[in-house]
Design a protein around this ligand. Structure first.
Ligand code: HXC
Length: 260
């Protein structure tokens, strides 16, 4: 393992799932600068690897991540965080072309909840808890917590979470659409890998376009999103995989995608 704060390996029957585990167990996977740099490197490496079709990000059973490292932030000044644009480098997950599934067991708090929300799909273990408790320590979310959370769960619940700092359970998170499924703690990572494998059956190229289209629903107006979607749909007609997929259907056989 080339990293100190995370573990990486390739998983899945076809060795096409990039697996990343946050690994600072003594600090509940608090996200310090070194860990975030390693996470960025790992995500970029998997994203650039043509044999990897999906990435799974997880933590430990106790904690996905308990937030940005408070001990590291404690003595920082305004001029320091502002001039250094603190947290502006936390973008690798959100920028990945390859789909990323977060498998959240235990606490996903503050920056931990925020990096989960940068992923494309969140699966939760039954004991997972999500929260934006920054208000408790005199600050506010700084890596998308007031933005992504609000778009996902709506204003009222997001306000409640951000203003009180209270945590929500996995069940509640599912009710609000923050997570797409809840699994027993011990099965969670396997379920995430299985879900990843269902994605990697398809053309990686088409998956990339589909992901881009869904993401635009969060980033543009409806009219712009609809236009982009139609153009991306048109673009699939320039690919070999679109021809192969439709031909395979008509010939009643499995498609043989080449990611081209
Ligand atoms: C640094 C942390 C940490 C954090 C936990 N630890 N969270 N260290 N930064 N965010 C460390 C503790 O100091 C302790 O180490 C060890 O992990 C275990 O934590 P305990 O508090 O002893 O465990 P427990 O009583 O079980 O409580 C777990 C917890 C609590 C509920 C997760 O630790 C907690 O509330 N953590 C802070 C959560 C938080 O406020 N997150 C938001 C951070 S701000 P030692 O060595 O001391 O025993 C943030 C800013 C976002 O994320 C801005 C954009 C990223």
């Amino acid at each position: 393992n080339e990293f100190k704060n995370i573990l990486t390996e390739v998983r899945g029957k076809d060795k096409n799932i990039g697996f990343i585990q946050l690994n600072r167990p003594k600090a509940f996977n608090a996200l310090n600068a070194e860990l975030m740099t390693e996470l960025e490197q790992a995500v970029k490496k998997f994203d650039a690897d043509p044999s990897i079709g999906c990435i799974v990000l997880t933590g430990s059973n106790r904690a996905f991540a308990a937030g940005a490292d408070i001990k590291e932030m404690q003595n920082k000044s305004f001029s320091e965080v502002c001039k250094g644009n603190f947290l502006s480098n936390w973008t690798a997950l959100a920028e990945s072309k390859t789909p990323v599934i977060a498998a959240v067991n235990g606490f996903a708090l503050g920056g931990g909840c925020e990096i989960a929300m940068m992923c494309d799909i969140i699966l939760a273990g039954e004991k997972a808890e999500f929260g934006q408790p920054e208000i408790v320590i005199g600050t506010i979310p700084g890596a998308g917590g007031t933005q992504r959370l609000t778009r996902v769960v709506g204003k009222s619940k997001a306000m409640e979470m951000v203003l009180t700092g209270d945590r929500i359970s996995a069940k509640e998170a599912q009710l609000y659409g923050l997570v797409s499924a809840v699994h027993p703690v011990d099965n969670l990572v396997d379920e995430a890998v299985k879900l990843a494998e269902r994605i990697t059956r398809h053309s990686k190229l088409t998956v990339q376009l589909a992901k881009e289209a869904v993401n635009s629903a969060y980033e543009t107006t409806l009219a712009q999103g609809i236009n982009l979607e139609r153009r991306l749909f048109h673009a699939t007609f320039a690919t070999n995989d679109r021809k192969e997929g439709m031909t395979a259907f008509v010939e009643k056989r499995k498609p043989n995608f080449t990611d081209s």
